[in-house]
Structure formats: C-alpha cells, structure tokens
Design a protein around this ligand. Structure first.
Ligand code: THU
Length: 134
C-alpha cells in the first residue's frame, strides 16, 4: 500500500529528473494506479517550446501505455530550481487528461512531502468535457 506521504516522496524524487533548462521550473509527479503500481514523471522541456510535456502527463502516458486505465491518486511537487513551491497546481491540459481516465473523486495531492493537501479532481476541473458530452 502506497500512502499519500510516500506518493509525495516519489513525486519529489521524480522531480530530480526534470529536464527544464528553459523555464528552470522543475516538476515531479507520482501516479498511483488501482493496480497498486506507481508511475512517476517529470517535466521534459524542448527548445521548440510547444513540444514540452508536463510531469503529470509524463506519468499518465507512461501508465496508460503500460495498460493501466484506472487510477487512485497523483502527487505533484514543483517549483523554481532550488525551491519547492507550497502549491504547484496542475495545468489545464493535465487536468483534462486526468478527466479522461479518472473519476470525480480522483485524489490530487499538492504541496511538499512535509506539508500537502488533497483535492478531488471535481474541485480542480468542474463542468469538465468528457466522453459523455460526445
Ligand atoms: N509544468 C509541469 O510539469 N506541471 C505543472 O503542473 C505546471 C507546469 C511544467 C511545464 C514547463 O516545463 C514548466 O513547468 C513551466 O511551465
């Protein structure tokens, strides 16, 4: 069983792999699948800026490409190089990717391993556009 603090610690470790030479903003994420496996990710920037991918999507795409489809929680740790922000909120695109695979009560942990808060996906992406709208 991976608890919330362990997930935050995994996100912090993943942040160590961030490739962010342009923004100098380093992010790590750790995604807990229903299977019990944890998939980590970091932000990976590119000299052609739009090719950049966020830490959260790195984690999701790793997991989905390994066959996972159901998820419990994600931990996100970020901030400027050398600092950990109190609250690194996922971007709108990452929230939309979460909505594709996760239920309304999917747990999003934000902060640092020492101090963090949990938010349900529903609170961060209300009125989301999903397959039900098609
Ligand atoms: N970034 C993430 O990886 N996740 C977030 O939740 C916010 C932003 C990355 C993208 C880019 O590499 C850098 O942070 C600055 O936007």
């Amino acid at each position: 069983m991976t608890d919330d603090r362990e997930l935050m610690q995994a996100a912090q470790r993943a942040r160590g792999n961030s490739h962010s030479p342009y923004s100098h903003f380093r992010v790590g994420a750790a995604l807990l699948a229903k299977s019990g496996k944890v998939y980590t990710g970091c932000n990976i920037e590119n000299a052609a800026f739009p090719a950049t991918v966020c830490a959260e999507r790195t984690a999701f795409f790793k997991a989905v490409s390994e066959g996972e489809r159901e998820f419990e929680a994600i931990a996100i740790v970020g901030g400027k190089e050398g600092e950990t922000s109190d609250f690194c909120a996922p971007c709108g695109v990452c929230r939309q990717v979460m909505a594709e695979f996760c239920r309304k009560d999917f747990k999003i942990l934000l902060g640092s391993p020492e101090k963090f808060e949990a938010y349900p996906l529903e609170a961060l992406l209300p009125f989301s556009f999903t397959e039900k709208d098609l």
